[in-house]
Design a protein around this ligand. Sequence first.
Ligand code: UGA
Length: 428
Amino acid sequence: MSKVGVVGAGYVGLTTAACLAHLGHDVICGDADAEKVEQLKEGKVSIHEDGLSSLVSEGLAARRLQFIVGASDAARDVEYVFLCVNTPQAADGSADLSALREAVRQVAPALSQGTIVVNKSTAPVGTVARMAGWLSEAGVRSAVAVASNPEFLQEGTAVRDFLQPHRIVIGADDPEVAGRVASLYDALQAPVVVTDPASAEMSKYASNAFLAMKISFINAVANICEAVDADVRDVARGMGYDPRIGPQYLDAGPGWGGPCLPKDAMALVRIASDSKYDFDLLRTAIEVNARQRDQIVAKVRDARGGSLVDARVAVWGLAFKAGTDDLRDSAAVDITRRIIAEGATVAAFDPVAGEAALALGLPVVPDPYEACAGAHVLAVLTEWDELRQLDLGRALDLLASPELVDARNLFDPVEMRRIGFSYRGVGC
Ligand code: UGA
């Protein structure tokens, strides 16, 4: 078993630290946020992520997981340092690497001979090579190696995705270094792709961009389905059984959001244009995605007869997808704000993200039925299972008009129409 440092205790860093400890490694995780570190030392996990809290408690109890303030002590006397920091979108669409550069600067003096610095933060092709340059600028000599090990976990299923990955990708110039990184995952059953750093970095962007394009494709098909009276859910099933296509990422909806797909799609367009390639295919997928949000706002407007002035709208679901309290670049939040901007009064409910939404100034109520009281339209914007369990008959009785806009195709249109709703789904 190995000694591992992890820099950053966000979604990726904390999941990496807790899961590596679960695999038996000795892990020390450093974060700049002293308050967060104090909470983590007591086993308190502030992000909503299935199974993460219990793995943190397990690691603390077994003394295989420690938390510490700052990056540099997480890099001392360890064989590996994983850098898991934010690489937000800069104004020009590129990835802002300042947090990564700062992490390298902080860990540099603490590194020992033979330590491998592994980047897990999503960063453009060439970043691992740049990291080697930053390390040498900081006076670190060749005895320290760098590698890329992109993370493919999804929010909401991060622990499962880490412990049961579809693949592990490791990029390093020296195959022996890649082999050492791979050995950390020996306990997992997954194909390991060992490659050069640029290919590893590219595989992350290409994966996220492909998923984004797949969703934009089905959303475009959904729009056609509406015009030709087809049902996109059946079309998706008819496509998805073909193993060359696969059933996942074929759920039509309000468009893709969250902290990763939008940022990474933009970044790849930028990486392409920096390489003098116009990635028009991906640019169009991004445009289709923006228009999809417009479509949902239009459906809500249509449900109210063409204008949202003085309308009351109940919103169910604000998180960017089910299973998380994350509101970053959430289509639901964007659509809600646009409904308000068009003159409607909104009462919004989310089973998990309510508190986070309140902090953003959104009009949140604690109860789904309260949101419906007197509303002219009910708009379902996140695909929470909890919403599916609700009593739609009761919601209908509370509404001022029986208008349901189901932007996630969460409910059965036939059943909804049977109980009295005027139902608008996406592509059905
Ligand atoms: C995404 C990728 O799926 C992960 O593999 C990757 O590791 C991660 O980004 C990352 O780069 O860190 P995540 O941001 O958690 O994961 O979100 P997804 O589950 O991929 O969903 C993205 C968006 O697409 C959500 O808004 C979701 O509602 C939407 N979506 C997804 C659809 O509209 N339809 C679908 O069929 C699937």
